[in-house]
Design a binder for this molecule. Sequence first.
Ligand code: ZN
Ligand code: ZN
Length: 446
Amino acid sequence: MSVDLVLCNAKAYVGKKLVDCSFAINEGKILKIGKEANMPKAETKIDLKNLLVLPGLIDVHVHLRDEGKAYKEDFYSGTAAAVAGGIATVLDMPNNNPVTMSVEALKNRMKKAEKKILVNVGFYSEFPKKNSEIEKIVTEGAVAFKLFMAEQVGGLNIDDDSALLEAFKIAAEMKVPIAVHAEDRSSLKEAEHKFKRANCNDIHAFLKAHSESVEAKAVKRILNITKQIGAHIHFCHVSTEDGLKVIVDEKKKGTPITCEATPHHLLISSDELKQIGTLALTMPPIREKHHLTALWDGIKNGWIDIIASDHAPHALEEKKAKTVWDVKVGVPGLETTLPLMLTEVNRGRLSIADIVSLMAEKPAEVFKLPNKGYLKEGYSADLTVIDLNKKYRIDASKFHSKAKYSPFDKWTVEGKPVKTFVNGQLIMEDEEIVAKPGSGQIIRRE
Ligand SMILES: [Zn+2]
Ligand SMILES: [Zn+2]
């Protein structure tokens, strides 16, 4: 018997440790992990030359755009950015044009994506207007719901606690996670109006409006609503010491909630934001130094479950505006997240086991992605191959993403994804895309 592919001379993270091994891959799955001598015959054999091999990494917070926002990013450019960054699976956010919040919108999005994607793509949906649609959207294959609390995006009235409770109940019954962008709309808008009236339109005013308490307030509100029903809430991009503390206190009670942090909230402080300017403007915004310390402590102590990019690309001209309130918030992150985190491994702040847990195992577990997150026989042959010693400067002008800017532009990083395999197929090699559009697969919730 001959298999599709054998990868030999890997230093791979298998069974919680790094081992020297080879992989036999057939029909998109890992058939065998073991010594090279024990591998079956293969159509193709690739020598990985002792490079580090991790389970194909998963980014649970990505805005792939396309459709009405294709000028910012499309399914091809976004998933090309993913593979270039060593990411094999992404979960796509619903704030699109049209918003993903109906069976029809989800179906259309999947159909368009299918022909263009290079990685595995799962889809979030916003909550629809009618609760009766929730089940249908899940049956169509949405992997999770998203609740954006900073302004009204989906069909569910974000100011109505009892409406949120009813919608959460249905998601809880169906065991679908709910990802929450926690910033309290009313406090946010009130502060924003106050600053606008006073003609305060700079980054300083933006940071004050998106204060620490705006995040903590929203987190508390959601926890109060879900207390009784046990819905699985996943807090996106936690950015403040206070917000994280509320989450940790709840976790200590055994409530099944999870949370994520982004590289920009972990690595850039508000002093640096003021220097970089509106290009680095995000929601929630980049914070003062003590928040960064709190987030790193959260990772060290295992309270933060996931690292995700919140890849949110925009056209460059949208990142500049007369007033800060008109700047589009968000930065691309698919091509920088892994190199930045590998740099932290080389600095001793993270271990390889941390990277695998935060960017593969936990994402697969929290979002119930079957056969992903681990290098195991029978699992998807998604592999991220890394040169841990490769030092280079981030050059945003060379991004595969349409958004050719980054708050990390010109940063020197150490550690680079050099090959990405998705379902047994080599998709990226040395920054080049070596597979056809449509090589990726849509992930539908089972
Ligand atoms: Zn968000
Ligand atoms: Zn986002």
